[in-house]
Write a protein that binds this ligand. Structure first.
Ligand code: 8YV
Length: 320
């Protein structure tokens, strides 16, 4: 009999990861099932492992349909799309892929910031459409050097961003749950006071209930007419309706967004605005990051099923 563990794959990963998973596990490809709940009723009972990504995570109803589940390997660092408390309660182990994507996610934040401030995408269109030859120089843009940048969430990605922004000669400040020891950047106790102090606000915090719609209309108003918002973490952290109105009314200067509240849906109003640069949740989407993330998914699953310690475990809340 086939004694390989049964693994539910919730979203596809790079081909080499898929090949290794197909080889080492009896796999179930949930994203290919037209009726996912019927599929889980038929096959859920034997599934011991899950491989999923940070954005899709593991929905409560899927987790509930997997009574034998023991291990969840996340292809990403975001933990907002999986119930860690319930994982702890059921004794399910969880792994993620920290560190390997940090610099690439920070680079995407920097790329979006530069693109918005210097109107890189608009300028590209200006050249391609022949407007340069027809109408002359494009409208002037904004200098970043010497301006103030505020980082919401000074974790691994936030710190990598802070280093990049310092290299642009920006003044960097941050907010987080509490002031962090040993950081050279100015601390603000909350996001509203940070927004009042800075020209650019960059969201690098974890998603989930504790940060939901934290960037609301007051914060956007405090950031102001010349202000720029960048988000490379989770769309849930920004009140998207408030963002659209602030951008439309000119109350906010611009935005660079890699993530959205209802991906892959994007508010149509954003598509009409020249002061916005959009990306399809691609901050960790370099071949290099995705390869290393894929390797960590494989290594964590392998370690778990061999009874060895996980290379990159997620710390779960204490089970009550
Ligand atoms: C996704 C992410 O996991 O790390 C995260 O939390 O959101 C991303 O890296 C990635 O898009 C994989 O699909």
């Amino acid at each position: 009999p086939d004694t390989r563990p049964e693994l539910l794959i919730i979203a596809p990963m790079m081909p080499f990861v898929m090949e290794a998973l197909e080889r080492d596990y009896r796999t179930h490809r949930l994203w290919e099932q037209p009726d996912a709940s019927a599929y889980l009723v038929a096959h859920g009972a034997g599934i011991q492992g899950v491989a999923t990504n940070g954005g899709v995570g593991l929905k409560a109803e899927v987790m509930a349909a997997l009574p034998a589940l023991e291990m969840v390997a996340i292809y990403g660092v975001g933990l907002d799309a999986i119930d860690l408390r319930e994982s702890a309660r059921r004794g399910i182990r969880v792994s993620s892929t920290p560190d390997v994507l940090t610099n690439d996610v920070a680079d995407q934040g920097l790329a979006l910031l530069l693109a918005v401030a210097r109107q890189v995408v608009y300028g590209d269109g200006y050249v391609r459409s022949g407007q340069w030859a027809g109408s002359g120089e494009m409208a002037l843009t904004t200098r970043l050097g010497g301006k103030r940048a505020g980082i919401v969430g000074l974790g691994r990605v936030g710190q990598a961003l802070a280093r990049r922004l310092s290299a642009l000669e920006m003044d960097v400040a941050y907010t987080d749950r509490a002031e962090l020891a040993g950081q050279p950047y100015a601390f603000s106790p909350d996001v509203l006071s940070l927004a009042r102090e800075v020209d650019v606000l960059i969201v690098a915090a974890a998603g989930g209930d504790s940060t939901r719609k934290m960037i609301n209309s007051d914060v956007l108003a405090a950031l102001g007419k010349g202000g720029i918002l960048i988000n490379i973490s989770r769309g849930s952290i920004v009140d998207e309706d408030a963002l659209v109105s602030a951008l439309q009314s000119g109350q906010l200067g611009g935005a660079g967004l890699d993530v959205f509240a209802h991906e892959p849906k994007v508010p149509p109003a954003l598509l009409e605005l020249d002061n916005v640069v959009l990306a399809p949740h691609a901050a960790s989407g370099t071949r290099e990051s995705r390869r290393e993330m894929g390797e960590l998914v494989l290594d964590n699953l392998e370690a778990f099923f061999a009874g060895e310690p996980l290379p990159t475990p997620v710390k779960l809340p204490e089970a009550k």
